[in-house]
Design a protein. Structure first.
Length: 465
């Protein structure tokens, strides 16, 4: 905005007098007076010497705190404290509306110039754009916007060049179209990510698009901004709900997988149990054919432990128990019959008159109770006399030792035959050489134990042997 120095000064003073009429205009007056020096610099001949542009700080391109952003907007018209509200509902004249609009433009310009002096070109461009929205034919705002946009390297997409108001309006339109296109591309990208269930990337893209939308809202109308913001919020809510639904689906899938795994495990256990039962039933049948009924009943008990309601095992158990009882009864009847037969034979043998054999062949004796070998006389002659068998001195000495040594033994049921001989040899000092051939024929070997144990008081060693 340019303030002439001659004829316009009188109009400016008249305007000041008019502004003092309403409370709303009071604030506008303060703003206009504060902005007059800055606007006066635009008069011909009053331009300050060109200053080098401050360097652009990348950090200044980001969003500034809300307090700094609103520093140039806080001078909106309103009622001062202490003023009455009698004129609140009174109609506002066109002159007052024009003055109010001019005050807002001046406030935006002052804020833009302050941001420009600080090198915060994006904020300056936003404030210039705000001034252009309020007053599209403001040449100073158009020039300031082009300067700030040029330093930000945000050239128009369709055309460049020119500093007229029309060119600036076209640039604003291009910035608006760029904002809408970038936002729509971001929405399309988010929708594609939603179809792929990439929730985190979709949320990050939508939040980034919303931040850019807030940064460029000065290029949009209020209706367009609110519509796009509502669309962004809707997509963010959709992302959150989709993430929750995906988490619920994952939990449901995990639950279903756990249930299926449990069912598979139970099925494997059932198949394994059926296999064991089938093998045991086959074993029961083999034992039944071999008439090993006790072992068969033990196998059936294992089957019924796995499956207490198995009908085949229950039927076989009853059948085998019945068969085993019949077999035991038959064996008992047969044993009784055999015993009676043996007693009958003994009784009949006892009725036979004994016969004596004095000179006949075979064993000789008066009765069959006492029999002697057929050559008993020759045997007696060999034992005694000069022509008979005589023991050596060593044998007689050993016999004397066996008869003179008295031992006391107490063998447990776990004592083996070989350990008993070793004990006797150790006590008597006599070496004993067992006739294992004869002993084995009698059913005695080294590991044979003394059933019930053996306890003897002091007796000669030959008797103990």
């Amino acid at each position: 905005m340019t303030l002439p120095s001659n004829r316009t000064e009188q109009s400016f003073l008249n305007t000041l007098c008019t502004l003092l009429v309403t409370p709303v205009a009071a604030v506008c007056l303060v703003v206009c007076i504060a902005g007059a020096p800055a606007m006066a610099q635009d008069e011909p001949g009053n331009e300050p010497p060109a200053q080098p542009e401050p360097p652009v700080d990348p950090d200044d391109l980001e969003d500034e705190p809300a307090a700094e952003e609103e520093a140039g907007d806080g001078d909106e018209p309103g009622h001062e404290e202490g003023e009455g509200h009698d004129d609140a509902d009174a109609p506002v004249s066109p002159d007052v509306q024009a003055q109010d609009l001019q005050a807002k433009v001046n406030a935006a310009m002052l804020a833009a110039q302050r941001f420009e002096a600080e090198g915060r070109w994006r904020k300056a461009a936003d404030k210039y754009a705000e001034a252009l929205q309020l007053m599209p034919d403001n040449a100073q705002a158009a020039a300031g916007y082009r300067k700030a946009a040029g330093l930000l390297d945000e050239r128009p997409m369709l055309r460049s060049g020119g500093s007229s108001v029309g060119a600036v309006q076209m640039e604003l339109q291009e910035q608006r179209e760029r904002t809408i296109i970038e936002f729509n591309d971001a929405v399309l990208r988010v929708q594609q990510l939603l179809e792929q269930e990439r929730w985190d990337e979709a949320q990050q893209s939508m939040l980034t698009a919303k931040i850019k939308l807030d940064q460029r809202k000065s290029y949009l109308s209020q209706a367009d901004y609110e519509e796009m913001e509502s669309q962004a919020d809707t997509l963010i809510s959709t992302i959150d709900q989709g993430r929750i639904n995906a988490r619920l689906l994952d939990q449901q899938a995990q639950s279903e997988e756990a249930r299926q795994s449990s069912e598979d495990s139970r099925a494997r256990e059932r198949r394994e149990k059926d296999r064991i039962i089938t093998e045991n039933l086959r074993r029961v049948r083999e034992l039944q054919l071999q008439r090993k009924y006790t072992e068969a009943l033990q196998v059936l008990d294992r089957i019924l432990f796995l499956d207490s309601n198995n009908p085949t095992a229950q039927m076989l158990r009853d059948l085998i128990e019945q068969t085993q009882g019949l077999v035991e009864y038959s064996n008992n009847v047969q044993a009784v019959q055999q015993g009676l037969q043996d007693i009958s034979v003994e009784m009949q043998q006892s009725l036979v008159i004994p016969r004596s054999n004095i000179n006949g062949p075979g064993p000789r004796g008066i009765t069959e109770d006492y029999l002697y070998p057929e050559d008993w006389e020759a045997l007696s002659a060999r034992r005694k006399g000069l022509g008979g068998y005589q023991e050596s001195e060593r044998d007689r000495r050993i016999r004397r030792e066996l008869s003179s040594n008295q031992v006391e033994i107490e063998f447990s049921a776990e004592m083996t035959f070989q350990r008993g001989l070793d004990f006797l040899q150790e006590v008597s000092g006599v070496q004993v050489y067992p006739d294992w051939t004869t002993l084995n024929a009698m059913g005695v070997d080294e590991t044979t134990t003394f059933e019930g144990g053996l306890q003897l008081s002091k007796l000669p060693l030959d008797i103990v042997l």
